[in-house]
Ligand binder design. Structure first.
Ligand code: SF4
Ligand code: SF4
Length: 423
């Protein structure tokens, strides 16, 4: 099953290893892993547990049982598979270019047919899917956070009994209400076109400052911004849980397709990674969506007017590179290039950027112990960097790293917020 692949006609990859060639992208199936182990040290769960069972190599073996051999897997194998953060660092390290993310999603979908979900997971998926119902809950959340109920409720132990303690710890004040539908270009900029903004589900309420910064910058470089009300979650959380994200995909494609825009801009790299997979659906509208999709950092960089100057700053900035940006979108360098628009800024990559911060979509809620250990390691890297500001292009990473932090610890912000502040 795990035969060594024929590299006789291979080409050389970044790491000097030969890569298989052929027409179009090569996506090996789960049975084609060479078991070379080059992915092992890049895997955050191997870093935590130091056992073979927690390596990508072993997970691919398990996935092969599910997808290729069609045999039942043990509870332990299921648990080790479930511990995966889906950070896809193993893909970046793999000389065979194993498409681990796709294999994992396929296995998860197949296994999910025999797994019953907790009421909490079902509720979370329901709220992610239904925007109006989610919005109805936000004023209640805001009231709870301001009411002084938090302390006694935590002390009562009820949250722990209901398995809500980890989620409750992460809560922060949401933005109530939605963004406007259209943000026209102001009088001071020359109008160059019209783009649409993808706002996501949780980021829409918990990262409003970044979305406003995106609108401000896009307007400043001459683009009118449309925010379609009928857009929804990108579907990443559903896919990670082995549920179909097709309804969410179809809804988003339809919501944006009817607009006359030059680009669909996403701000959070986690959403961007999922949205970039829409074009895999072989339809004209999905193809259009894929071609129109643009990362905010890349779009601003590509369309920055020569005469737009930003105020200088002598801050030291460390750039956190989210897994979705590093291992899926592979566009992290655009953040460094964009930040160089601010004269005087000292920009460095955050040390140990290849290690996942633990957020992992909903992983911070489903595996709080593992996630917290990884977050602790990331926080040590942040504090050790000596940076004045740390930037991250993914809402989920910043949200998790900013939650429950010490008062003196640095807060992560999206890089575009630094630019918007210096307009
Ligand atoms: S690096 Fe790739 S081929 Fe090697 S063990 Fe890992 S997944 Fe398999
Ligand atoms: S996706 Fe991340 S956590 Fe999962 S096996 Fe690959 S490296 Fe490990």
């Amino acid at each position: 099953m795990f035969d060594i692949m024929d590299f006789s006609q291979g080409m050389t990859g970044d790491n000097g290893m030969e890569l298989p060639t052929g027409g179009g992208p090569y996506i090996p199936d789960a049975g084609e892993c060479m078991r070379c182990g080059m992915c092992v040290s890049s895997c955050p769960t191997f870093r935590l547990f130091q056992t073979e069972a927690e390596t990508p190599r072993q997970r691919i073996r398990t996935i092969s049982k599910v997808l290729v051999e069609d045999v039942a897997i043990s509870e332990e194998e299921h648990e080790h598979l479930d511990n995966c953060l889906q950070c896809r660092a193993c893909e970046t390290a793999c000389p065979s270019r194993m498409n681990y993310g796709t294999l994992f999603d396929q296995a998860r979908e197949k296994l999910s047919q025999s797994v019953s979900r907790s009421w909490l997971a079902k509720l979370a998926l329901f709220l992610i899917e239904h925007k109006r119902r989610r919005r109805l809950l936000l004023p209640l959340l805001s009231l709870y956070l301001r009411s002084g109920l938090r302390k006694p409720l935590r002390a009562s132990g009820l949250l722990k009994k209901l398995k809500l303690a980890s989620a409750e710890n992460l809560l922060s004040e949401p933005a109530l209400g939605g963004l406007a539908g259209i943000y026209p270009v102001g009088r001071r900029a020359r109008r160059r076109g019209r783009v649409a903004l993808f706002t996501g589900c949780l980021a829409e309420h918990f990262d409003r400052a970044t979305q406003r910064a995106a609108i401000k910058l896009l307007n400043a470089i001459g683009y009118e911004v449309v925010v379609p009300e009928n857009q929804g979650c990108c579907g990443a959380i559903h896919q990670h849980h082995g549920c179909s994200a097709q309804t969410l995909k179809d809804k988003n494609i339809a919501a944006f397709y009817e607009l006359e825009v030059e680009a669909i801009i996403y701000v959070a790299s986690g959403c961007g990674a999922m949205l970039s997979e829409y074009q895999g659906d072989d339809t004209e509208t999905a193809g259009w969506f894929g071609r129109s999709l643009q990362d905010i950092n890349q779009f601003l960089l590509a369309h920055w007017p020569d005469d737009l100057q930003l105020a200088a700053s002598n801050l030291n900035v460390a750039v956190h590179e989210p897994c979705s940006q590093r291992n899926v979108l592979k566009n992290g360098q655009s953040v460094h290039a964009l930040l160089r628009k601010i004269p005087g800024l000292n920009i460095e990559a955050l040390p140990d950027n290849q290690l996942c911060c633990g957020a992992g979509g909903s992983y911070m809620l489903t595996h709080p112990d593992n996630a917290q250990q990884l977050r602790h390691a990331k926080r040590q890297a942040i504090e050790g960097s000596g940076a004045d500001v740390v930037v991250s292009s993914n809402f989920s990473c910043a949200f998790y790293l900013n939650a429950e932090r010490a008062e003196t610890a640095r807060k992560l912000v999206h890089p575009i917020r630094l630019l918007a502040d210096r307009l």
